[in-house]
Design a protein. Structure first.
Length: 734
């Protein structure tokens, strides 16, 4: 409105419309959709600006009509100046002629229209005009155009440069609020109330006004948004906009039950079926549980009877002892006989003391710790005389031993011990005999070991003298004719000395008299010496002997070098003994474990006769040899590998074997050694440098040579064939 009242006309005003305003003060639009009211006093005040003012009112009417059409509003509306200078009436359809004449006949219709709105506003809010932009609902009142009861929405606004106040009103018939609701065929009653709780509209049409008034008289005391049960139905008051009123819902009980009749019948039927099912189930389970309970009681009675029979018929004494005072709560006849006490008596003191000490032979199950004790008892004749006595009697002539197995439990609300008592006198005597026999056997074994050790020592002394004299005879002149016999005697004497040495070492180990020496030594020197001592043995035999000693051996270790040499010497001796042709390999290296400790790994492999799996599994046991034919051919005592295994265990290591019969054997010795605190270099190596070509068909020997040469700074090329070596020499120049 401010825009159009301040606008300037760019087209002439409709002359017919302007002429009717000048003549009567009322002008109806050509389409009858709006009517302009300008009193004569206003025309005089506007003077020459009347055409422009009429054009402005016409634009306001057209803009309002356009807005109402856009929002599909078909109710009459009014734009009235607060000072009654003009008015615009908007109708949804062309205004009837009689209505226009009725308005024209009124004395100053603008002032009449303004006064009706102001009076209603003053009654509603206490003010003549609402604030700018404030919307106020008034009514029900009589519409000046429709002459029917309507609810009017009034909005205050400021129009024009002078900020002249104006009222914009829109009337809605009271019967139009609820008529557009989609209701069921037999709906509940809806009452629309204004802010004063006066009835505006009712739905459905034709409802009893008496009932409506009675409902309204009750709803005035109800809080909003609260569902209440009345004498004739359900009532709900729901407030609408704060400045409009409220909506009252009333649903009669008859309509409520008729609308949910089928649902109620369904729920009732299901409830009845559920009750019947519960009654039947209760009856069934009652009978079933009673029978089941009776059967359980009968089984419990049978179990009690069987348990009573078992407890009394078992050959083991059973009793229950109260932990608080160690009184026997219940027991069978065997327990009474073994303990010499019956029910109600206190356990013997010696048994109580043994139970309190918690013996070492104890274990646990799902119920608690179970303990076993063994205590001396009394003969049955003496025990029968001690019934119900808590003092110790003199032991019987025949010793008796009782084994008591106890476990804590709960019995009749008390902490008890369940005890099983056995007479283990025969077992105790048998164990005593076994211990005596074991001690006698151990004494005999020690005497045997001492005898073997003494005899071996006594035999070794003249045997060494015999070997020395035989060697001197072999070097004497003039005995060349007896050289064969001297060599035979010397060989037999050497074999006899080895047997005596094996028996002596085995006896020392078996008697626990073997002492190990802990001294620094170089494993490389020991293994080289052994290799050199066996090298001449391949001179007249089709055997190749390889010593593959790793550079890691060139260090100092602390241990017993003599026993290490004895183990390796024994393994090499067996390899040369049982290998007729092929090759024998001695390989050794030092590795480090996770803690950085030095471990010597030594392997002796041969391509000899080999062993079966059965023989390999027991070859480290004493006096174990191959078949009789093999033993007769190679001779020996069968103690060498057993001594090697025991020496390895004494030094903290172990020995193992892998063998295939007819292919060969491989023995591996693993022994950990300590290192001296200050380790000096074992060998002074001269750094050579340069390029070296190694021609070697043995891959492992070539790798050992490469490792040694690389250690002294050489660039090594290992080649397996002469043609490859010739090619390398031709292509490589110093």
């Amino acid at each position: 409105m401010a825009h159009y009242l301040n606008a300037r006309s760019d087209s002439p005003t409709d002359p017919d419309l302007l002429e009717r305003i000048r003549r009567t003060g009322i002008a109806v639009a050509p389409d009858g959709r709006y009517t302009l009211l300008v009193p004569s006093s206003t025309q005089q005040a506007w003077g020459r600006s009347l055409p422009e003012r009429v054009w402005q009112l016409q634009q306001i009417a057209i803009a309002a009509l356009t807005t109402r059409v856009a929002f599909e509003l078909d109710n009459p509306a009014y734009v009235v100046d607060a000072n009654a200078e003009y008015a615009v009436i908007l109708t949804p359809s062309p205004m009837p002629l009689d209505v226009a004449l009725l308005i024209a006949e009124q004395n100053d219709p603008v002032e009449v229209l303004r006064d009706k709105l102001v009076q209603a506003l003053q009654a509603r809010t206490g003010q003549e005009l609402p604030r700018n932009g404030e919307q106020v609902w008034i009514g029900p009142v009589e519409d000046p155009v429709l002459h029917s009861q309507v609810m009017t929405s009034v909005v205050g606004t400021t129009a024009g440069d002078g900020h002249r106040p104006a009222l914009i009103a829109s009337s809605t018939p009271v019967n139009a609020f609820l008529s557009q609701l989609k209701r069921p065929s037999d709906p509940a009653m809806l009452l629309l109330l204004n802010h004063a709780e006066d009835r505006i509209d009712i739905s459905p049409r034709g409802s009893s006004l008496e009932v409506a008034e009675r409902i309204l008289s009750r709803t005035r005391r109800l809080p909003p948004d609260t569902l209440r049960l009345g004498r004739s139905g359900l009532v709900l008051v729901q407030p609408l906009r704060q400045d409009f009123g409220s909506l009252v819902y009333f649903l009669a009980y008859g309509k409520l039950f008729s609308s949910i009749y089928y649902e109620l019948m369904t729920i009732g039927s299901l409830s009845m079926m559920l009750i019947i099912a519960i009654v039947i189930s209760t009856r069934y389970w009652d009978i079933h549980l009673l029978r089941h309970g009776q059967a359980e009681a009968a089984r419990a009675l049978e179990n009690e009877t069987i348990n009573h029979i078992l407890v009394n018929a078992t050959p083991i004494g059973l009793c229950i002892v109260r932990q608080q005072d160690h009184v026997i709560v219940t027991s069978n006849l065997v327990a009474d006989t073994l303990l010499g006490c019956s029910r109600g008596a206190t356990m013997p003191t010696r048994i109580i003391d043994a139970l309190r000490q918690r013996p070492s032979q104890a274990f646990s199950d799902a119920f608690g710790p179970i303990a076993q004790i063994r205590v001396p008892g009394y003969a049955h004749a003496d025990a029968s005389r001690r019934c119900n006595s808590t003092t110790e009697a003199a032991p019987a002539s025949k010793p008796q031993f009782l084994q008591i197995t106890s476990a804590p439990a709960r019995y009749r609300g008390e902490c008890v011990l369940f005890c099983a008592i056995q007479d283990v006198t025969a077992q105790q005597q048998l164990e005593q005999k076994l211990r005596s026999a074991q001690q006698a056997t151990e004494a005999m074994m020690r005497a045997r070991s001492n005898f073997f050790a003494a005899m071996s020592h006594e035999i070794r002394t003249p045997l060494n003298a015999l070997l020395g004299n035989l060697e001197l005879l072999g070097r004497s002149r003039g005995l060349e004719a007896h050289a064969t016999r001297l060599r035979a005697l010397q060989s037999s004497s050497e074999g006899l000395r080895r047997i005596v040495n094996d028996i002596l070492d085995f006896s020392k180990i078996d008697a626990g008299e073997m002492k190990l020496v802990s001294a620094p030594f170089n494993p490389l020197d020991e293994l080289e010496s052994l290799s050199l001592s066996y090298a001449p043995m391949v001179t007249d035999r089709p055997i190749r002997f390889y010593a593959q000693l790793s550079p890691t051996l060139s260090t100092l270790l602390r241990g017993d070098r003599m026993r290490l040499a004895q183990i390796v010497n024994n393994l090499l001796g067996n390899a040369f003994k049982f290998t007729a042709s092929g090759k024998i390999t001695l390989s050794a290296e030092i590795s480090r474990d996770a803690q950085g400790m030095a471990t010597l790994v030594c392997r002796v492999r041969d391509t000899g006769d080999g062993m079966s799996q059965a023989l390999a599994s027991r070859v480290f046991q004493p006096f174990v040899q191959g078949e009789t034919s093999t033993t007769a051919y190679y001779s020996g005592t069968g103690l060498g590998l057993s001594i090697c295994a025991r020496l390895s265990e004494l030094m903290g290591g172990h020995i193992s074997v892998e063998s295939v019969e007819g292919v060969g054997s491989a023995f591996t010795v693993v022994i950990p050694f300590a290192e001296p605190a200050a380790t000096a270099p074992a060998h002074g190596l001269t750094m050579l440098g340069g390029m070296v070509m190694v021609l070697c068909q043995e891959t492992e020997s070539g790798a050992t040579l490469e490792a040694w040469l690389t250690r002294v700074g050489c660039q090594v090329h290992v080649l397996p064939a002469s043609c490859a070596a010739h090619t390398w020499l031709c292509t490589s120049h110093p």
